[in-house]
Design a protein around this ligand. Structure first.
Ligand code: ADP
Ligand code: TRP
Length: 337
């Protein structure tokens, strides 16, 4: 039987995942697992560029792992692991660094944005920029190339990183006359590339405008009620296409449910409270079962640990032959030549 192509993506444990992460990254990745073999991991050493508290790091790793599992990732059919458990990734990251022009890192979006902010603030250009942030894309190249990803489902902001990985793979392969590193394709879903947050800007932890996954009902209701709407009165007809309550609703509802709510908007006589309540009830329905599973896992973290340990073992078994091949190619393996 032909092996399925590989879909690979990582999520940083930098906080509780929110609806933007789910709709923009997790759900598209999970939907790929019918046609692709999923290789999904927790990018904890990427998170170390910003999370400097050990207890917080541990908690967030467990939360992100429980989130993937609660949302339906099958760790038997797919590979599911924690990045830091795979030392081969770090070894490959060094090797790839030797094939990467420094100019690539200078051009990486996250680094450039920090430099621009420093310039704006009249600070030294590299003020408060760690080497972790600077070489972040190198580690991501290794994440992607070690497992031979065919596609990498990511948000728009990550496209440049996947393009770096393609370029570096090409340089490596060309130099050694091999095709051991496969060129990955970024896959970005148009309909969910920017999920709006409570204030209408991109939903992001850094803007404090998120609706976290698996909130208890009361808190979820409160959050949904905070979504900013305009000042139109109850009787006025409303435009669903410019409303973020409707946008979120339609990303979870069936086409019939969306059409019915859109009609309520257009006919007038529907207040914002009613639209928000429809969204709240839908989210309750969609996340009721996953929330129960999430809570179960978080109450029994040794189950999460066992799944990740097993995943790491299987991932290392798969990474080892590719890494051995790479060592042979670069010539640091003097033993098996
Ligand atoms: P945050 O901006 O909250 O810190 P991350 O940068 O950790 O989120 O994003 C993790 C993944 O979720 C990435 O693939 C990213 O593109 C996706 N993502 C984050 N926020 C959104 C959003 N508002 N809409 C669509 N995708 C998003
Ligand atoms: N950098 C990604 C983010 O910020 C997370 C990530 C790390 C990743 N390694 C990856 C995504 C490899 C895709 C493939 O969201």
């Amino acid at each position: 039987m032909a092996e399925k192509p590989i879909s690979l993506t990582g999520i940083k444990p930098t906080g509780m995942p929110h609806l933007g992460n789910y709709l923009g990254a997790i759900r598209p990745a999970l939907r790929k697992t019918e046609q692709y073999r999923g290789v999904y991991f927790i990018a904890d050493y990427h998170a170390l560029t910003t999370v400097f508290d050990g207890a917080q790091m541990r908690d967030q790793i467990e939360r992100v792992a429980a989130t993937w599992l609660a949302l339906g990732l099958d760790p038997e059919k797919n590979l599911f692991y924690k990045q830091s458990d795979i030392p081969e990734i770090f070894e490959l990251s060094w090797i790839l660094g030797c094939f990467t022009p420094k100019g690539f890192m200078n051009r990486a979006h996250a680094y450039k944005a920090k430099v621009a902010a420093n310039q704006e603030a009249g600070e030294e250009l590299d003020a408060n920029i760690g080497m972790g942030l600077y070489t972040y894309p190198l580690l991501m190249d290794a994440d992607i190339l070690l497992f031979g990803a065919d596609i990498v489902p990511v948000g728009k902001d990550q496209k440049q990183h996947v393009e770096f990985a393609r370029d570096v793979a090409q340089r490596f392969d060309q130099n050694y006359g091999t095709d051991v590193l496969k060129l990955p394709e970024p896959v970005i879903e148009e309909s969910t590339d920017v999920i709006p947050g409570l204030d209408g800007r991109k939903m992001s932890k850094s803007y404090g405008n998120t609706i976290e996954l698996f909130l208890p009902s009361k808190q979820l209701k409160k959050k949904v009620n905070k979504i900013v709407t305009n000042s139109q009165g109850v009787e006025e007809p409303k435009d669903p296409d410019t409303c973020q309550v409707f946008k979120l609703f339609s990303l979870f509802a069936t086409p019939e449910e969306s059409a019915a709510l859109a009609a309520r908007y257009r006919e007038g006589g529907m207040g914002w409270g009613e639209a928000k309540n429809a969204l709240y009830e839908l989210l309750e329905r969609v996340f009721d079962e996953p929330r129960r599973r999430f809570e179960e896992l978080m109450a029994n973290r040794s189950e999460i640990h066992a799944i990740l340990r097993r995943g790491a073992e299987r991932a290392r078994d798969e990474a080892a032959p590719r890494m051995a091949e790479i060592r042979r190619l670069v010539g640091t393996d003097i033993y098996s030549a």
